[in-house]
Design a binder for this molecule. Sequence first.
Ligand SMILES: Cc1cc2nc3c(=O)[nH]c(=O)nc-3n(C[C@H](O)[C@H](O)[C@H](O)COP(=O)(O)O)c2cc1C
Length: 295
Amino acid sequence: MVNRISALFGIRYPVVMGAISQMPEFAACVSNAGGLGGIAGAAAPPEVLRERIRKIRDLTDKPFSINFPIVLTPEKDLQPKMEMMAEEKVPVVITSAGNPKLWTAFLKSGGCTVAHVLPTLYHARKAVEAGVDAIIAEPAESGGYRGEHEVSMMVLIPGIHRACPDMPLVAAGAVADGDGLAAVMALGADGIQMGTRFLATTEANVPDHVRKLILAAIDTSTMSAEGRVKPRINRPELAMEVLGEKRQTQMGQVAALIDSVKTVEQVMRDLLEGGSAASARVAAAMASLRDPAAV
Ligand SMILES: Cc1cc2nc3c(=O)[nH]c(=O)nc-3n(C[C@H](O)[C@H](O)[C@H](O)COP(=O)(O)O)c2cc1C
Protein backbone atom coordinates (compact mmCIF):
# COMPACT_ATOMS: atom_id res chain seq x y z
CA MET A 1 0.00 0.00 0.00
CA VAL A 2 1.41 3.36 -1.01
CA ASN A 3 1.46 6.00 1.71
CA ARG A 4 -0.31 9.13 0.42
CA ILE A 5 2.02 11.60 2.13
CA SER A 6 5.22 9.82 1.11
CA ALA A 7 3.93 9.63 -2.46
CA LEU A 8 2.81 13.28 -2.57
CA PHE A 9 6.03 14.72 -1.16
CA GLY A 10 8.32 12.16 -2.83
CA ILE A 11 9.88 11.03 0.46
CA ARG A 12 10.68 7.64 2.00
CA TYR A 13 8.86 8.07 5.34
CA PRO A 14 5.77 10.24 5.99
CA VAL A 15 7.59 12.33 8.57
CA VAL A 16 7.59 16.11 8.15
CA MET A 17 9.98 18.37 10.04
CA GLY A 18 8.11 21.25 11.71
CA ALA A 19 9.24 24.82 11.05
CA ILE A 20 11.60 24.83 14.01
CA SER A 21 14.79 25.98 12.34
CA GLN A 22 16.21 28.26 9.66
CA MET A 23 19.32 26.13 9.25
CA PRO A 24 19.81 24.45 5.85
CA GLU A 25 22.11 21.78 7.33
CA PHE A 26 19.41 20.60 9.75
CA ALA A 27 16.73 20.51 7.05
CA ALA A 28 18.99 18.57 4.69
CA CYS A 29 19.80 16.11 7.46
CA VAL A 30 16.11 15.27 7.97
CA SER A 31 15.56 14.96 4.22
CA ASN A 32 18.61 12.71 3.88
CA ALA A 33 17.20 10.54 6.69
CA GLY A 34 14.05 9.94 4.64
CA GLY A 35 11.70 12.60 6.05
CA LEU A 36 10.71 15.99 4.65
CA GLY A 37 13.25 18.43 6.07
CA GLY A 38 12.43 22.10 5.98
CA ILE A 39 13.10 25.59 7.24
CA ALA A 40 10.97 28.46 8.49
CA GLY A 41 10.80 31.11 5.76
CA ALA A 42 9.02 34.05 7.37
CA ALA A 43 11.78 35.88 9.21
CA ALA A 44 14.73 35.96 6.81
CA PRO A 45 15.00 38.74 4.20
CA PRO A 46 14.17 37.33 0.73
CA GLU A 47 17.73 37.07 -0.54
CA VAL A 48 18.92 35.35 2.64
CA LEU A 49 16.09 32.86 2.24
CA ARG A 50 17.16 32.24 -1.37
CA GLU A 51 20.71 31.47 -0.22
CA ARG A 52 19.35 29.04 2.36
CA ILE A 53 17.24 27.25 -0.24
CA ARG A 54 20.29 26.88 -2.47
CA LYS A 55 22.33 25.62 0.46
CA ILE A 56 19.75 22.91 1.19
CA ARG A 57 20.05 21.89 -2.46
CA ASP A 58 23.84 21.65 -2.12
CA LEU A 59 23.39 19.27 0.82
CA THR A 60 20.63 16.98 -0.41
CA ASP A 61 19.00 15.89 -3.64
CA LYS A 62 15.86 14.95 -1.69
CA PRO A 63 12.65 17.04 -1.41
CA PHE A 64 12.35 19.69 1.30
CA SER A 65 9.88 22.33 2.43
CA ILE A 66 9.75 26.04 3.23
CA ASN A 67 7.17 27.15 5.82
CA PHE A 68 5.36 30.50 5.92
CA PRO A 69 3.03 31.49 8.74
CA ILE A 70 1.15 33.97 6.55
CA VAL A 71 0.12 36.50 9.18
CA LEU A 72 3.63 36.51 10.67
CA THR A 73 5.49 37.05 7.39
CA PRO A 74 6.27 40.75 6.79
CA GLU A 75 3.69 42.02 4.28
CA LYS A 76 6.28 43.54 1.93
CA ASP A 77 8.15 40.21 1.71
CA LEU A 78 5.20 37.94 0.99
CA GLN A 79 4.85 38.45 -2.76
CA PRO A 80 8.61 38.30 -3.50
CA LYS A 81 8.99 35.22 -1.33
CA MET A 82 6.07 33.43 -2.96
CA GLU A 83 7.52 34.24 -6.40
CA MET A 84 10.86 32.92 -5.19
CA MET A 85 9.26 29.56 -4.30
CA ALA A 86 8.48 29.01 -7.98
CA GLU A 87 11.75 30.50 -9.25
CA GLU A 88 13.75 28.21 -6.98
CA LYS A 89 11.45 25.24 -7.68
CA VAL A 90 10.88 24.59 -3.98
CA PRO A 91 9.29 21.13 -3.84
CA VAL A 92 6.87 21.72 -0.94
CA VAL A 93 5.57 25.00 0.49
CA ILE A 94 3.83 24.75 3.85
CA THR A 95 1.59 27.68 4.74
CA SER A 96 0.15 28.25 8.20
CA ALA A 97 -1.53 30.90 10.35
CA GLY A 98 -3.51 32.54 7.60
CA ASN A 99 -5.95 32.10 4.75
CA PRO A 100 -4.94 29.30 2.33
CA LYS A 101 -6.97 30.97 -0.45
CA LEU A 102 -4.38 33.76 -0.69
CA TRP A 103 -1.43 31.81 -2.08
CA THR A 104 -2.33 28.18 -2.84
CA ALA A 105 -3.29 28.60 -6.51
CA PHE A 106 -0.30 30.88 -7.14
CA LEU A 107 2.15 28.42 -5.58
CA LYS A 108 0.65 25.42 -7.35
CA SER A 109 0.78 27.19 -10.72
CA GLY A 110 4.48 27.73 -9.97
CA GLY A 111 4.97 23.97 -9.60
CA CYS A 112 5.08 23.73 -5.79
CA THR A 113 3.18 21.14 -3.77
CA VAL A 114 1.21 23.04 -1.11
CA ALA A 115 0.27 21.87 2.37
CA HIS A 116 -1.61 24.07 4.84
CA VAL A 117 -1.38 23.85 8.64
CA LEU A 118 -4.68 24.32 10.49
CA PRO A 119 -6.28 23.67 13.88
CA THR A 120 -10.00 22.80 13.27
CA LEU A 121 -12.35 20.99 10.91
CA TYR A 122 -13.77 24.36 9.82
CA HIS A 123 -10.33 25.42 8.64
CA ALA A 124 -9.80 22.02 6.97
CA ARG A 125 -12.91 22.52 4.83
CA LYS A 126 -11.62 25.98 3.83
CA ALA A 127 -8.24 24.51 2.90
CA VAL A 128 -9.90 21.86 0.71
CA GLU A 129 -11.88 24.62 -1.04
CA ALA A 130 -8.63 26.55 -1.56
CA GLY A 131 -7.20 23.53 -3.40
CA VAL A 132 -4.32 22.55 -1.09
CA ASP A 133 -2.54 19.26 -1.82
CA ALA A 134 -2.38 18.16 1.84
CA ILE A 135 -3.61 19.18 5.26
CA ILE A 136 -1.37 19.38 8.32
CA ALA A 137 -3.64 19.36 11.37
CA GLU A 138 -2.34 20.95 14.54
CA PRO A 139 -4.12 19.75 17.71
CA ALA A 140 -4.16 21.30 21.18
CA GLU A 141 -1.14 19.32 22.36
CA SER A 142 1.20 20.51 19.62
CA GLY A 143 4.01 23.04 19.88
CA GLY A 144 2.60 25.02 16.95
CA TYR A 145 -0.16 27.55 16.27
CA ARG A 146 -3.32 25.92 17.56
CA GLY A 147 -5.77 28.79 17.38
CA GLU A 148 -8.22 29.47 20.16
CA HIS A 149 -10.30 26.28 20.11
CA GLU A 150 -7.63 23.76 21.14
CA VAL A 151 -9.16 20.65 19.58
CA SER A 152 -7.51 17.44 20.83
CA MET A 153 -5.68 15.04 18.52
CA MET A 154 -8.23 12.28 19.21
CA VAL A 155 -11.02 14.45 17.81
CA LEU A 156 -9.23 16.60 15.23
CA ILE A 157 -7.67 13.84 13.12
CA PRO A 158 -10.69 11.49 12.83
CA GLY A 159 -12.97 14.49 12.26
CA ILE A 160 -10.92 15.78 9.32
CA HIS A 161 -10.28 12.28 7.97
CA ARG A 162 -14.02 11.52 7.89
CA ALA A 163 -15.02 14.87 6.41
CA CYS A 164 -12.20 15.02 3.85
CA PRO A 165 -11.30 11.37 3.12
CA ASP A 166 -9.56 12.16 -0.17
CA MET A 167 -7.17 14.68 1.35
CA PRO A 168 -3.71 13.46 2.44
CA LEU A 169 -3.53 14.25 6.14
CA VAL A 170 -0.59 14.90 8.45
CA ALA A 171 -0.98 14.98 12.26
CA ALA A 172 1.23 17.76 13.63
CA GLY A 173 2.40 17.37 17.17
CA ALA A 174 2.19 15.16 20.23
CA VAL A 175 4.31 12.47 18.59
CA ALA A 176 7.86 11.65 19.62
CA ASP A 177 8.11 7.92 18.92
CA GLY A 178 6.60 4.92 17.18
CA ASP A 179 3.73 4.53 19.64
CA GLY A 180 2.58 8.03 18.70
CA LEU A 181 3.05 7.38 14.98
CA ALA A 182 0.97 4.20 15.11
CA ALA A 183 -1.69 5.95 17.21
CA VAL A 184 -2.23 8.86 14.83
CA MET A 185 -2.25 6.53 11.85
CA ALA A 186 -5.00 4.56 13.58
CA LEU A 187 -6.94 7.84 13.85
CA GLY A 188 -6.70 8.44 10.11
CA ALA A 189 -3.48 10.38 9.59
CA ASP A 190 -1.19 9.43 6.71
CA GLY A 191 1.87 10.87 8.43
CA ILE A 192 3.23 13.16 11.11
CA GLN A 193 4.85 16.55 11.51
CA MET A 194 7.23 16.79 14.48
CA GLY A 195 8.73 19.89 16.04
CA THR A 196 9.68 19.29 19.65
CA ARG A 197 11.24 15.82 19.09
CA PHE A 198 13.47 17.22 16.33
CA LEU A 199 14.52 20.13 18.58
CA ALA A 200 16.03 17.59 20.98
CA THR A 201 18.43 16.08 18.43
CA THR A 202 22.19 16.40 18.17
CA GLU A 203 21.82 18.06 14.76
CA ALA A 204 19.43 20.78 16.00
CA ASN A 205 21.03 24.22 16.23
CA VAL A 206 19.15 25.24 19.34
CA PRO A 207 20.50 27.04 22.41
CA ASP A 208 21.30 24.80 25.33
CA HIS A 209 18.43 26.11 27.46
CA VAL A 210 15.88 24.88 24.90
CA ARG A 211 17.14 21.30 25.15
CA LYS A 212 17.28 21.55 28.95
CA LEU A 213 13.65 22.70 29.12
CA ILE A 214 12.44 19.95 26.78
CA LEU A 215 14.28 17.20 28.66
CA ALA A 216 13.00 18.41 32.05
CA ALA A 217 9.37 18.97 30.99
CA ILE A 218 6.59 16.85 32.44
CA ASP A 219 2.98 16.59 31.31
CA THR A 220 1.96 19.85 33.02
CA SER A 221 5.00 21.91 31.95
CA THR A 222 3.51 23.73 28.93
CA MET A 223 0.69 26.19 28.31
CA SER A 224 -0.87 28.22 25.55
CA ALA A 225 0.78 31.58 24.82
CA GLU A 226 -1.34 34.69 24.55
CA GLY A 227 -1.78 36.41 21.20
CA ARG A 228 -3.08 35.85 17.73
CA VAL A 229 -1.68 32.42 16.81
CA LYS A 230 -1.30 30.91 20.28
CA PRO A 231 1.78 28.70 20.15
CA ARG A 232 2.37 26.33 23.05
CA ILE A 233 5.23 27.39 25.34
CA ASN A 234 6.85 26.25 28.58
CA ARG A 235 5.31 27.42 31.84
CA PRO A 236 7.44 29.98 33.72
CA GLU A 237 7.70 27.55 36.65
CA LEU A 238 9.62 25.06 34.50
CA ALA A 239 12.17 27.69 33.47
CA MET A 240 12.58 28.87 37.06
CA GLU A 241 13.16 25.30 38.23
CA VAL A 242 15.56 24.29 35.43
CA LEU A 243 17.34 27.55 34.56
CA GLY A 244 16.73 29.73 37.60
CA GLU A 245 15.21 32.44 35.40
CA LYS A 246 12.01 33.07 33.42
CA ARG A 247 12.73 32.07 29.81
CA GLN A 248 10.15 31.15 27.26
CA THR A 249 10.46 28.68 24.44
CA GLN A 250 7.95 27.20 22.05
CA MET A 251 7.44 23.46 22.64
CA GLY A 252 4.74 20.82 22.55
CA GLN A 253 3.18 18.87 25.39
CA VAL A 254 5.06 15.86 24.00
CA ALA A 255 8.23 17.24 25.62
CA ALA A 256 7.01 15.21 28.61
CA LEU A 257 7.87 12.04 26.65
CA ILE A 258 11.34 13.15 25.55
CA ASP A 259 14.13 12.30 27.97
CA SER A 260 17.25 12.19 25.85
CA VAL A 261 18.89 13.93 22.93
CA LYS A 262 19.15 11.60 19.94
CA THR A 263 20.43 11.82 16.40
CA VAL A 264 17.91 12.42 13.63
CA GLU A 265 18.69 8.90 12.33
CA GLN A 266 17.84 7.42 15.75
CA VAL A 267 14.60 9.39 15.95
CA MET A 268 13.58 8.05 12.53
CA ARG A 269 14.52 4.51 13.53
CA ASP A 270 12.49 4.80 16.75
CA LEU A 271 9.48 5.92 14.74
CA LEU A 272 9.62 3.04 12.31
CA GLU A 273 10.62 0.22 14.65
CA GLY A 274 8.44 1.48 17.50
CA GLY A 275 5.50 2.07 15.15
CA SER A 276 5.65 -1.49 13.82
CA ALA A 277 5.92 -2.93 17.34
CA ALA A 278 3.01 -0.79 18.57
CA SER A 279 0.71 -1.77 15.73
CA ALA A 280 1.59 -5.48 16.18
CA ARG A 281 0.79 -5.13 19.89
CA VAL A 282 -2.57 -3.57 19.14
CA ALA A 283 -3.36 -6.17 16.47
CA ALA A 284 -2.64 -8.98 18.97
CA ALA A 285 -4.72 -7.28 21.66
CA MET A 286 -7.65 -6.86 19.29
CA ALA A 287 -7.36 -10.49 18.13
CA SER A 288 -7.58 -11.62 21.74
CA LEU A 289 -10.79 -9.61 22.17
CA ARG A 290 -12.36 -11.31 19.19
CA ASP A 291 -11.24 -14.81 20.19
CA PRO A 292 -9.79 -15.13 23.73
CA ALA A 293 -9.30 -18.89 23.29
CA ALA A 294 -6.93 -18.40 20.37
CA VAL A 295 -4.39 -16.41 22.41
C1 LIG B 1 10.20 26.39 18.27
C2 LIG B 1 9.08 26.14 17.34
C3 LIG B 1 8.85 27.02 16.28
C4 LIG B 1 7.80 26.81 15.39
N1 LIG B 1 7.61 27.67 14.35
C5 LIG B 1 6.63 27.43 13.43
C6 LIG B 1 6.44 28.26 12.29
O1 LIG B 1 7.16 29.23 12.07
N2 LIG B 1 5.45 27.93 11.43
C7 LIG B 1 4.63 26.84 11.64
O2 LIG B 1 3.74 26.57 10.81
N3 LIG B 1 4.79 26.04 12.71
C8 LIG B 1 5.76 26.31 13.59
N4 LIG B 1 5.93 25.47 14.68
C9 LIG B 1 5.09 24.26 14.78
C10 LIG B 1 5.77 23.06 14.14
O3 LIG B 1 5.91 23.25 12.75
C11 LIG B 1 5.01 21.74 14.41
O4 LIG B 1 3.75 21.74 13.78
C12 LIG B 1 4.81 21.49 15.89
O5 LIG B 1 6.01 21.72 16.59
C13 LIG B 1 4.35 20.07 16.11
O6 LIG B 1 4.14 19.84 17.47
P1 LIG B 1 5.23 19.11 18.42
O7 LIG B 1 6.16 20.20 18.80
O8 LIG B 1 4.40 18.60 19.53
O9 LIG B 1 5.90 18.05 17.62
C14 LIG B 1 6.96 25.68 15.57
C15 LIG B 1 7.18 24.81 16.64
C16 LIG B 1 8.21 25.02 17.53
C17 LIG B 1 8.41 24.04 18.65
